[in-house]
Design a protein around this ligand. Sequence first.
Ligand code: SF4
Ligand code: SF4
Length: 96
Amino acid sequence: MKVEYNFQQLQDCQCSTCKVHNGSTCVSQRTGGLKFTTCASQPPPEQVEGIYCAQMKGQSSCNDMQVNKACMCPTCGVWRSHELDTNYFCVHGSAE
Ligand code: SF4
Ligand code: SF4
């Protein structure tokens, strides 16, 4: 199921609890230590590091994601409500 990019689902996204996300120096630099973004509210997808499963976002342009660490997507409400069955969207791109 396709995932819409919206602020509520960004809030529900669990990428900020993920060692793949938090272990990336590139992501940390882009988010300035915040969960997903340096912006305060309703950020456009290009300014966000999270909700990679959404079509409007897709994979991160950071190339230091360590996929030997566990993806947290299966713990996420967005993942369950959209009946997703794949993960590591930050590397492989958005959900189909
Ligand atoms: S399924 Fe994964 S990428 Fe999508 S919102 Fe949840 S944690 Fe983020
Ligand atoms: S898509 Fe999965 S592996 Fe990538 S940052 Fe989000 S929870 Fe972690």
